[in-house]
Design a protein around this ligand. Sequence first.
Ligand code: SF4
Length: 134
Amino acid sequence: MKFFFRPHHFLCTLGFEGKGYSPDFVKNYTHVKEALQNNEELPIHVIPHLDSVCGGCPHNQGGVCDTEEKIRALDNRHSQVLELAPGDVLTWAAAKQRIKENMTLSAFHEACKGCQWKSLGICEKALKTHREEL
Ligand code: SF4
């Protein structure tokens, strides 16, 4: 199985716990997360546009994100912190390790600035728990 993630979706996936833009989006994302949890050695290809997470998202308008500009800003900041570029391929295990090492809490607050889900605190909590396992 092959997965494609745009850069900010690595951290989103760490925190994903069944909330999202629509039931179809949540269903698709649940499958993605379960597959990666079941086999952390699956390869994830880094891409700069719609990816494996975007299936069923109401913002996915015929293969183009209707909030692309805002999302690209998130991608740029996450790319810098996690040292990711389109064309990179890494396992979920390696991605989790990269998040542990690079995504400090202050980096998270900067990288995720402007995301509508941030204020829920779910991602911050998941990141804190993940980094405590260092
Ligand atoms: S705050 Fe937004 S961009 Fe950041 S990890 Fe959570 S859902 Fe993803």
